[in-house]
Design a protein. Structure first.
Length: 480
């Protein structure tokens, strides 16, 4: 059985207290590896290694750090097939998706921040002819990065790349549900010439090793992506310690379809926005608002498009929907379908677990599910389900749809579908959301600010925002 060990000081280590966690392939239901069940003792080792590595790493020129991070990016690219297979086996997603989205994005994340640090500048302010101010930006020291299970290497690298590029050393933790690709990344970093201790990866449960990272007094900042409840727990610990915090949390994203669109084309994209990665993307549009004039035609077109997401073996070519990440999550998703029925909803398609044959007979598959007849204020439309379940809600006017779209505690992402430029602008301006896509979805330019409002998070990642988060500015004022 493969042991997924910690990567500390440039080497792999068993956990200090010797505990291991079973790692299950969600497509087969089988345990296929063991994960280090790390504790505060492992975090201590990781912090010590990171502190020792910090002076030399932060003193390197941006050009040299960039060269090493580019080598990591190339290393990920060289292992694309292995990493994509590992991601699919760990998470349940279609192999084709891991190959075309997850791993390419990890390659891009490393390359993007490796090159961004070559092109940034700091500010200068001339107060009058005798006084000049300039601003320096220094790395923080040792920082903590904690990532979730839905896009494992994609989101792990989205955090560690800017942290390392800015000159910090890192203690990072992937989700205990999807530890494999972060584990494999350790060797890629060593091969790329990353000095020992610059990146340390500790594996294990959030409440144990994740909490130990957040609590550690020498870790200066926490960059976290995950659930809103976990974000609140982390904030409670970190805030009184005056740590910098970046929290990317849950969503309940609206998709707004106006009646001036081409129904078939938009239905295809709306299905993709709802069901890609089994609906397990924080940006998935799970509340679909459709203007009444096209409601019936759109509903029928959407049901047809959803058929393309019939679950299958994630490793099979052509599979567009794989397994949910684990059994507990599958039951949570199914419980929301039951709740929707109790709340008066009609299931238009899907609605149950799917049992495949052969290798995947014991996998955690749920049919893509579309529900109508539940109003915008019921629990199914207020709480994050994070699975292949979407609801359809008719609307008449802009004010009405905006009240419903904004009427949840979340505000991460939204998509708006219309051929009217005016309507697109008006709607985008009034949406309470960190990201608004118009006539597109998951269209990401890595330079743009990424994050949510309300309970979807605090702070922004991406581009210069990420480098700002991972550095401390200093104003130097000179009188001549
Ligand atoms: P989660 O909050 O359960 O776990 C996220 C990470 O935090 C994991 O590594 C986990 O081990 C760790 N963790 C758990 N408890 C902890 C604690 N007390 N202290 C420190 N770390 C702890 O989330 P999840 O179930 O892995 O991911 C799904 C959630 O993530 C969804 O809500 C989804 O919307 C959200 N998400 C948000 C974004 C975004 O960019 N806003 C992106 C992806 C996922």
């Amino acid at each position: 059985m493969l042991h997924i060990r910690n990567y500390i000081g440039g080497q792999y280590h068993d956990p200090v207290e010797g505990g291991w966690i079973d790692n299950v392939n969600p497509a087969t239901g089988e345990v296929y590896s063991s994960i280090a069940r790390s504790t505060a003792a492992d975090v201590e080792l990781a912090v010590t290694a990171a502190r020792e590595a910090f002076p030399a790493w932060s003193a390197l020129t941006a050009k040299r750090r960039s060269e090493i991070l580019m080598a990591i990016s190339r290393g990920i690219a060289a292992h694309l097939d292995d990493l994509a297979l590992a991601e699919s086996n760990d998470q349940g997603k279609p192999l084709s998706l891991a190959k075309s989205v997850d791993i390419p994005r990890a390659i891009d994340n490393m390359a993007f921040f490796a090159t961004e640090i070559l092109h940034t500048h700091t500010e200068a302010y001339q107060t009058d002819q005798h006084v000049m101010n300039y601003v320096t930006r220094s790395p923080l020291g040792v920082v903590g990065c904690i990532s979730p299970w839905n896009l494992p290497l994609y989101l792990f690298t989205w955090k560690i790349a800017p942290a390392l590029a800015a000159g910090n050393t890192v203690v990072a933790k992937p989700s205990e549900l999807t530890p494999m690709t972060a584990f494999l990344l350790g060797q890629i970093c060593t091969d790329a010439g990353l000095p020992p201790g610059v990146l340390n990866i500790v594996q294990g449960y959030g409440a144990e090793v994740g909490a130990a990272i957040v609590e550690h007094p020498m870790i200066k900042a926490i960059s976290f992506t995950g659930g809103t409840a976990t974000g609140a727990t982390i904030a409670r610990t970190a805030a009184p310690m005056f740590k910098k915090l970046s929290l990317e949390l849950g969503g309940k994203n609206p998709t707004i379809v106006y009646d001036d669109v081409e129904v078939g084309y938009v239905a295809r994209h709306v299905a993709r926005a709802a069901f890609t990665n089994q609906g397990e993307i924080c940006l998935c549009g799970s509340r679909i608002f459709v203007q009444r004039g096209i409601y019936d035609a759109f509903r029928d077109a959407l049901v047809r498009e959803i058929a393309a997401f019939t679950p299958g073996d994630p490793l099979a070519e052509g599979t567009r929907m794989g397994a949910l990440v684990n059994e507990a999550h599958m039951h949570k998703v199914l419980s929301y379908i039951t709740l929707a029925r109790e709340e008066g909803g009609t299931v238009l398609c899907g609605g149950s677990r799917v049992h495949l044959e052969g290798r995947c007979a014991n996998g955690f598959f749920v049919a893509p599910t579309l529900i109508e007849g539940v109003d915008a204020w019921c629990r199914v439309n207020q709480e994050e389900i994070f699975g292949p379940v979407a609801t359809l809600i008719p609307f008449d006017g802009e004010d009405e749809v905006l009240a419903m779209a904004n009427g949840t505690p979340y505000g991460l992402a939204a998509s708006v579908w219309t051929n009217s430029l005016q309507r697109a602008h008006r709607t985008a301006n009034r949406l309470e959301s960190g990201i608004v896509w118009v006539n597109t979805w998951l269209n990401r330019d890595l330079r743009t600010p990424f994050g949510g409002v309300k309970q979807s998070g605090v702070g922004r990642e991406g581009g210069i925002e990420a480098l700002r988060f991972f550095t401390e500015p200093k104003n130097i004022c000179i009188q001549v």
